[in-house]
Every structure is written in C-alpha cells, then in structure tokens.
Ligand binder design. Structure first.
Ligand SMILES: [Zn+2]
Ligand SMILES: [Zn+2]
Length: 183
C-alpha cells in the first residue's frame, strides 16, 4: 500500500513528515510519502454561520488529488482548520469508505484548544490515531465497539486519548485482507 500525506492550507510541513513517519510504524508494509503539492484551503468550504469549514468539500479536493496520483493507493489530507459535517458540531476527520481519500483536522487535537499546555508528543499521538482511523475507513472498516481500538468513534478528545493508534485483532484482520486485495 502506498500512502501519500497531503498538506492543505497552512498545515505545518514538519508535522506532515512526523505523521508520515509514524504511519509507517502502524502500516509496516506500506510506503508513506509526503506529497509535494499544496492544496489551498478554499473559502468556498467556509460556512460563515458556523465559522467552520465543510469537511466534505475539502475531502472532495483530497479525492481529486488521489485520482491524479495514480501511483498512490491512499491520500491522507491534513488540514489545520475546524471542520464539520451537517449532522455533527465538528469532526476530527472524514473519509471515503471504502475509497482512496481520507482527511484529518489538527485543529481540535492541540492540547491548547482545551486550555492545556502545548505538548507535541500528545498532539502527534492524537494526529496519528485520527490518521489511522480515517485510513481504516478507506479500507472499508466501520466503527468498532472496543474503546481501545483505533476504529472506535471519537465523539470528544477524551475518546481519542483513550484509544490506541492500533487496530484490535478483528479490525486488523480486515485491514490485512483489504491491503492484500489492493495487489
Ligand atoms: Zn470514523
Ligand atoms: Zn476494532
């Protein structure tokens, strides 16, 4: 599996490298790269009433990139802005399930967002969990009832902090089968 990490808007370049390196640990057989392309965060995606960005609009941009990059099986867009879907007050990410495109937002993963002191390690750990979670969706995985599994749904940051960055046995089996079917 070849995974490309795609920075969107003002997403920090150093963070892209760290996400890429950590993804390679969770998906040891995958080749991970940072895509040398920057997609702007379009104002059309901004909802003036909610003061947040529409996740699906950004995800379709990621999908466009995934179609162009035929050498990649998956593209993970990373945005540093508050994103939402209409039925929820916010989302940490979204993905095509199954499909090639995944999106995560760093906005609500920073300890500072919750009034806590900056903590790079915690921030990165959270970003990795959300990245693995959304990539899991691209491999056809649904939400898992086990609170420690990376595929458990995060309703709040404490859910993210409770879960691990790894798949449970059941989800991992599904991941392995899906990756094998990619060829
Ligand atoms: Zn999910
Ligand atoms: Zn699971």
């Amino acid at each position: 599996m070849r995974i490309g990490v795609l920075p969107i808007g003002k997403a920090d370049a150093a963070m892209m490298v760290l996400i890429k390196e950590n993804l390679a640990r969770v998906f040891p057989d995958a080749a991970c790269v940072v895509i040398d392309e920057k997609i702007p965060l379009r104002e059309e995606a901004f909802d003036k009433k909610r003061k947040q960005y529409q996740s699906n609009v950004i995800l379709s941009e990621v999908q466009g990139c995934a179609f162009r990059k035929t050498g990649l099986n998956r593209v993970l867009g990373v945005v540093d802005a508050d994103i939402f879907v209409p039925e929820l007050s916010f989302v940490f990410g979204e993905a095509t399930c199954p499909g090639k495109a995944a999106l995560i937002s760093l906005w609500r993963l920073k300890p500072e967002f919750y009034g806590d002191a900056p903590n790079m390690q915690l921030f990165l750990e959270r970003a990795l969990k959300e990245a693995v979670h959304e990539l899991g969706h691209t491999l056809g995985l649904r939400h898992c009832s086990r609170s420690s599994c990376v595929m458990h749904f995060s309703n709040s940051i404490s859910d993210t902090d409770i879960k691990q960055s790894l798949f449970c046995d059941k989800c991992y089996l599904h991941v392995k089968i899906s990756i094998n079917n990619l060829g």
